[in-house]
Design a protein around this ligand. Structure first.
Ligand code: SF4
Ligand code: SF4
Length: 402
């Protein structure tokens, strides 16, 4: 029986009938173009080495490119890995021959949508998300989960899914939805445009916490209710949001997707740390050390360095092993959680050995790594950035003797 974490394709090449499928001219022409663009590939494998999901893929980008070069359309259209790609772009950045591997795979996916028949959960999720976003501004997690269950894909982490469902219900109940968005009474205040994305507003407590932590830094968040950034639809429905000014985000997927729409974004956490530096105050952290995890969609080195800046201002120790450990796939290959990956297992084992929690600037990663810890029975706390860092309180005024 197949499990969600199995490294295999929907159909193996060996299982294919001996007669190859006949495809329309449009498909053959597009494949001829793709093969031409990839013809300089010398199969070095650098793309696969750079891919955060590679350990959990059956083929990986190098082998998918090889299938394009070999004209193996049937095998490509049978490869779940097409849909397990998270579109992070690391393969494109790494390719020494300047092949835009990520966009090559996106173009194969676009053809597969029309002419293929892959049945993996990621493709189903992409279709369900795209269908929803054609008519609604955002993905509603409960409705999305119900749509997936109706198609035979139950959540991999039932406990985590139930907790997320309860948070959504609490968020929808009458009552105050968010902590006051006013800034710290003791610090000068700035207002920043903030793009909250889809997931954060569905967790009322965490949403409130982000505003509260920002307020502690003297930052008021002017929140844009702009709906989905486009990422879960896997390129089928781009965002409708535009902005001429920089917007601050709490999600690397929003950063990546809005960048494609030419919107200038930056992580909110960078702004908070920069503000603390400029104003000369410290951060306080929840424990004396932590292990960073930045997810596959963030600019890895920059995101780890930003967490290092926060650690320095908080006077705590950031425990780093090797770069790939801190951005390997959290389990959401292609946007669908599939259980603990090799990457999340290694990360959690490292953190358990170090006796330190994992801290991440991505709330989706937090939930997925927590699910992995639960599955692996590893007692490692996993925190979203604002759950771990805060602005230190200003020193109290000395009582006057007067
Ligand atoms: S990094 Fe570029 S040249 Fe090397 S295998 Fe990947 S696509 Fe081919
Ligand atoms: S875009 Fe990212 S996930 Fe997809 S193949 Fe390239 S490196 Fe791997």
């Amino acid at each position: 029986m197949r499990t969600f974490t199995e490294r295999s394709d929907t159909r193996r090449v060996d299982d294919e009938p001996s007669m190859p499928t006949r495809y329309p001219d449009q498909v053959l022409e597009e494949f001829a173009k793709l093969a031409e663009e990839c013809s300089i590939c010398y199969q070095c494998g650098t793309c696969t080495s750079a891919c955060p999901s590679a350990r959990d893929l059956y083929r990986g980008p190098r082998r998918l490119v090889r299938l394009i070069l070999a004209g193996e359309i049937d095998a490509l259209f049978a490869s779940d890995d097409l849909w397990r790609c998270t579109e992070c772009g690391a393969c494109t950045t790494a390719c020494r021959m300047e092949i835009d591997v990520a966009s090559v795979l996106a173009r194969v996916r676009a053809l597969e949508r029309i002419h293929g028949s892959i049945r993996c959960p990621e493709r189903t999720a992409a279709e369900a998300a795209a269908r929803r976003l054609e008519r609604h501004p955002r993905i509603e997690n409960v409705l999305f989960a119900a749509a997936m269950a109706a198609r035979g894909h139950v959540p991999r982490d039932v406990v985590g899914a139930a907790e997320a469902g309860m948070k959504i219900v609490r968020t929808r109940l009458p009552g105050p939805k968010r902590a006051a968005t006013g800034a710290s009474p003791t610090r000068p205040t700035v207002t920043l445009p903030f793009y909250a994305g889809c997931s954060l507003p569905q967790d009322g407590e965490l949403h409130a916490l982000v505003h509260e932590v920002a307020a502690g830094f003297g930052v008021r968040l002017d929140e844009v209710d702009a709906g989905c950034c486009g990422h879960p639809s896997r390129g089928a429905v781009p965002t409708h949001f535009t902005s001429d000014e920089r917007v601050w985000t709490a999600c690397p997927a929003c950063d990546a997707s809005l960048a494609e729409a030419s919107v200038d974004t930056a992580p909110l956490w960078d702004a908070l740390v920069e503000r603390a530096r400029r104003e000369g105050f410290a951060l306080r952290a929840r424990s004396a050390s932590f292990v960073p995890y930045v997810g596959c969609l963030a600019d890895r080195d920059k995101a780890i360095a930003a967490l290092g800046d926060a650690a320095e201002l908080a006077g705590v120790d950031m425990q780093v092993a090797y770069p790939g450990l801190h951005n390997a796939c959290c389990g959401a290959l292609g946007g669908m959680y599939r259980g603990a990956t090799k990457g999340s297992k290694r990360l959690l084992e490292f953190a358990a050995q170090a006796g330190a929690p994992v801290v991440t600037p991505c709330v989706l990663c937090r939930d997925n790594v927590r699910s992995a810890a639960r599955q692996l029975r590893l007692s490692v706390p996993v925190y979203f950035w604002p759950e771990f860092f805060r602005a230190a309180e200003p020193p109290r005024e000395e009582a006057s003797d007067a």
